[in-house]
Design a protein around this ligand. Structure first.
Ligand code: C2E
Ligand code: MG
Ligand code: MG
Ligand code: MG
Length: 282
C-alpha cells in the first residue's frame, strides 16, 4: 500500500505490533514506555486547556485540550517528550481514548459551571487511525460519558490522512455522522492534497505556528498565512491561527479575516481549574 509506505517513510519507523523486549536494548525510551503504562494506570496524565479566541468578538469561544504528564520523579513532562514514543509503541491508542474520556468529564464540569463553549479540540494521532475499532470505541466513550458531540472537535494532522486513506475516511465519516467536527492541525507543514480537503468533512484549518511566528516581518510567511485563510474560507471552512505571541501577529490576523487564534499572547495551556478562572474573568 503506497500511502502506508509513504507515511512510514515520513515517520521513520515500522507499524509492526511492538513486542516488548524483542530486538531492543534497554534504553531511556524503554524505561519511559513502562512508565507510560504506570502513568495510565495511576492517573498521572492530565489535560491542560488553551483558550481559543474569536477575533470578531474578542471572546473565548473554545479551547484545545493538551496532554500533560505529572511524573512523580521528573515533574511535569510535555507531549514532545512522550507522544512520539507512545506513537511508536502504540500506547497513544489507549492514551488517546483516555483523553477523549477525560475531555468529556471536563466539558461537563465547564458546562455545569455555566460556560457555553462552541468547540473544544482534542488531538488525534495518525497512529490511532490504525486501530480498526477507533470510531466504535469513540462512540462508546461518547455514549457512556454523555459527551456533547457538538462541542467536541478532533484535531488531525495531515499525516493522519495519509496513513491509510480508505480506513481514515471511513472513521472520519462515521464520527462526523454523529456530529463531531474535525480540524486539520499544523496546516501547511504536511502533505494533504486539495482532493482530500474537498472529500473529507474538515471544518477548520489550523495554521501552523511556524508560519504565524514570522508574520508580519517575513513576506513569504505573510503570503502563506493569507493564502491559507482564503483557502479555508473559499472551501467554507473556519481558520484558526496557532502560536500567536505578539500584538503585531494578532493585528495582521485580524486585518486578514482570520476567525480564531490561540497562543501565549492570550494564554498558555493551563489546568482545568485555571481555565475556568480565565473563563469567569472573560
Ligand atoms: P499541537 O496540537 O499543534 O498543539 C499546539 C502546541 O503549541 C502545544 O504544545 C501548545 O502548548 C503550543 N503553543 C500554543 N501557543 C503557543 C505559543 O504562542 N507559542 C509557542 N511557542 N507554543 C505555543 P504542547 O502542549 O507541548 O503539545 C505539543 C504537541 O503534542 C501538540 O501540538 C500535539 O501534536 C501533541 N499532543 C498534545 N496533546 C496530545 C493528545 O492528547 N493526543 C495527541 N495525539 N497528541 C497530543
Ligand atoms: Mg492540536
Ligand atoms: Mg498544531
Ligand atoms: Mg504540532
Amino acid at each position: 500500500n503506497q500511502a502506508r509506505s509513504r507515511a512510514k517513510r515520513i515517520h521513520g519507523f515500522s507499524y509492526s505490533i511492538y513486542e516488548p523486549g524483542k530486538d531492543r536494548a534497554p534504553s531511556y525510551e524503554g524505561l519511559l514506555e513502562s512508565d507510560i503504562w504506570t502513568a495510565l494506570k495511576k492517573g498521572q496524565f492530565e489535560l491542560y486547556y488553551q483558550p481559543r479566541i474569536d477575533l470578531r468578538t474578542g471572546k473565548i469561544v473554545g479551547a484545545e485540550a493538551l496532554m500533560r504528564w505529572n511524573h512523580p520523579l521528573h515533574g511535569l513532562i510535555l507531549p514532545d517528550d512522550f507522544i512520539p514514543v507512545s506513537e511508536q509503541t502504540g500506547q497513544i491508542v489507549p492514551m488517546g481514548f483516555w483523553a477523549i474520556y477525560q475531555s468529556g468529564r471536563d466539558l461537563a464540569l465547564i458546562k455545569n459551571a455555566g460556560f457555553d463553549l462552541q468547540k473544544v479540540g482534542v488531538n488525534l494521532s495518525f497512529r490511532q487511525f490504525q486501530d480498526d475499532h477507533l470510531a466504535q470505541t469513540i462512540h462508546r466513550i461518547i455514549d457512556s460519558e454523555k459527551i456533547d458531540t457538538r462541542i467536541l472537535e478532533f484535531e488531525l494532522t495531515e499525516s493522519a490522512l495519509l496513513s491509510d486513506d480508505l480506513h481514515v475516511q471511513q472513521s472520519i465519516g462515521e464520527l462526523s455522522k454523529i456530529g463531531i467536527d474535525f480540524s486539520l492541525d499544523d496546516f501547511g507543514t504536511g502533505y494533504s492534497s486539495f482532493a482530500l480537503l474537498q472529500k473529507l468533512p474538515i471544518n477548520a484549518l489550523k495554521i501552523d505556528r511556524s508560519f504565524v511566528s514570522k508574520i508580519p516581518s517575513s513576506s513569504d510567511d505573510t503570503e502563506i498565512v493569507r493564502a491559507i485563510i482564503n483557502l479555508a474560507h473559499n472551501l467554507n471552512m473556519g481558520v484558526i491561527a496557532e502560536g500567536v505571541e505578539t500584538r503585531s501577529q494578532l493585528d495582521f490576523l485580524i486585518q486578514n479575516n482570520c476567525d480564531q487564534v490561540q497562543g501565549f499572547f492570550f494564554s498558555p495551556p493551563v489546568p482545568l481549574t485555571d481555565f475556568m478562572k480565565i473563563l469567569r474573568a472573560d
